[in-house]
Ligand binder design. Sequence first.
Ligand code: HEC
Ligand code: HEC
Length: 211
Amino acid sequence: MLKNIRKTIVSAAALVAASLLSIQAVSAADAINGEKLSQTCLGCHGAPGLRNPGTVYAIPMIGGQHSEYIVSALKAYKDKTRSHKTMQAQASNLSDENMADIAAFFSQMEGNSRPSLVSAAKAKMGEKVSASCATCHGKIGDGDQTSFPKLAGQYESYLVQALKDYRSGDRNNIIMSGQATNLSIGEIEALSAWFSSQKGGLSAPETKIFK
Ligand code: HEC
Ligand code: HEC
């Protein structure tokens, strides 16, 4: 009897140890698998300042972005609650596990963030009206609440586009639509200049000269 209990305890301990090991192994494997799955993505998200034909904004940086946000963005494209034909197509065949792996890969990418060069006057104006954003995104947009995207160092033109889209309803999000609805174009431009000129760990190679 005693022997059996001891045996059970030993095997339970072995199980715990084994599962701890496998958790570690899986998270390393996640990012490695994520890298394999991300080759097509890097053609766009790894190319500094690249714009899709016919668009005025740079393809967003996702290196160093919070993994939770990356997954939620991919899910929104997949279920078409976020519009963008290319990204909807990119996300359409990704399983939840694929998304988690891809997010692990991009989120752990070392920030080689080189903030956009922006008008200093605009950025200063943006700082003044950015207090309400700080609760969720952090003072300079590098907040650590992982469901809110990092904004620091993101392309200025992309931030402008995102805020205009929330304001017009082209991009739907109950929180951000409320935030953007009363912003003037001047405020949108100022806020985008402010956040994009901060150093926050978002990365795409050689981003210095691009906005
Ligand atoms: C042809 C270029 C292109 C390719 C390839 C591409 N993307 Fe995108 N991606 C974009 C553009 C443009 C946007 C911004 C779309 C919008 O306005 O919603 C975007 C947006 C995103 C976003 C949201 C970023 C944010 O800050 O909200 C994520 C996450 C993302 N892409 C991940 C991926 C992944 C993962 C892949 C590969 C499976 C991929 N993309 C492939 C062009 C591309
Ligand atoms: C209550 C929390 C909250 C506040 C306050 C807030 N945001 Fe957001 N923000 C979010 C969330 C959540 C998202 C992601 C929404 C989505 O999935 O489209 C987001 C997304 C964004 C994006 C898109 C980023 C990307 O990578 O696509 C921009 C730009 C942005 N916010 C700017 C701002 C600015 C500027 C302010 C202040 C005027 C602000 N936010 C205030 C929660 C907040």
